[in-house]
Design a protein around this ligand. Structure first.
Ligand code: PHE
Ligand code: FE
Length: 283
């Protein structure tokens, strides 16, 4: 992080990935995380994700070069990966997504942060997010989400739309003929949440419903209290293609739902035991 100068950051917040500054220890951290998740995600990650990971050739060797990844990704779905110093402003983020550029943090966590990070690093961004951008439906969905973000900003509806991203792209589950699987990047890049999200009796697992999701607060400091379950990316894409303008209006009159609440109309796949849930408030 230290090698980066302010003047190297472009107006769209991108930089050239400082490939040469990665240390042997940084690459070793990547390899450790990669190997660990490869074991855990067998039988837990959805097939679309595993196919994407394989197709990308994101490997166990070390932190990938974004340009090489982008070559493969662009051929598949028109997406590319651009390097950023960290979180970028909402409008910048949405503009990148709408133009099929995925902003990925370039730096990697320190060895003592193996299991917990407060902000996304290159492992979360590449390993968690990029494989699904190889999938044509998710590739379109995330680009549409970017356009939707620009619109939500204008309409003052960002909190609602952000919940959709949180509960799908970051923490989504998919019920497949083979069983419940992970597709959310926030789960995918976390060893402990990969197991928790699928196997723990504590959290709720509720069928995805667009308006329900956009009303639901979420956890930023603990595992999720509720995971929303889709059956396919096509379902997600279809449910989110209508114009959200009237939906945002309707949402203003509907109360928010707590991160762990079950409400009338929910299609409950599993009602959580609430065991181990934190007392701290939802975001
Ligand atoms: N259809 C949404 C709108 O009109 C945009 C969107 C697409 C949002 C896909 C999320 C995901 O605002
Ligand atoms: Fe993320």
């Amino acid at each position: 992080m230290t090698a980066l100068k302010k003047e190297d950051v472009r107006a769209d917040f991108t930089i050239d990935q400082p490939v040469a500054t990665y240390t042997a220890e940084d690459h070793e951290t990547w390899r450790t995380l990669f190997r660990r998740q490869a074991e855990i995600l067998k039988g837990r990650a959805c097939d679309e994700y595993l196919d994407g990971l394989e197709g990308l050739g994101v490997a166990a060797d070390g932190i990938p070069d974004f340009r090489k990844l982008s070559e493969v990704l662009t051929k598949a779905t028109g997406w590319s990966v651009v390097a950023v110093p960290g979180l970028v402003p909402d409008d910048v983020f949405f503009d990148h997504l709408a133009n099929r550029r995925f902003p990925a943090t370039w730096w990697i966590r320190k060895p003592e942060q193996m299991d917990y990070l407060e902000e996304p690093d290159v492992f979360h961004d590449l390993y968690g997010h990029v494989p699904l951008l190889m999938n044509p439906v998710m590739a379109d969905f995330v680009a549409e989400y970017g356009k939707g973000g620009v619109k939500a900003l204008k309409l003052g509806a960002l909190p609602n739309l952000a919940r959709l991203y949180w509960y799908t792209v970051e923490f989504g589950l998919m019920e497949t003929p083979k069983g419940m699987r992970i597709y959310g990047a926030g789960i995918m890049s976390s060893k402990s949440e990969s197991i928790y999200a699928l196997e723990s009796p504590s959290p709720n697992r509720v069928r995805f419903d667009l308006m329900r999701v956009m009303r639901t607060r979420y956890r930023i400091d603990t595992f999720q209290n509720t995971y929303f379950v889709i059956r396919s990316f096509e379902e997600l894409f279809k449910a989110t293609s209508p114009d959200f303008t009237p939906l945002y209006k309707a949402l203003q009159k509907q109360p928010e739902i707590g991160a762990g609440d079950i409400v009338e109309g929910d299609k409950v796949v599993h009602r959580g035991t609430r065991e181990g849930w934190a007392e701290t408030p939802d975001a």
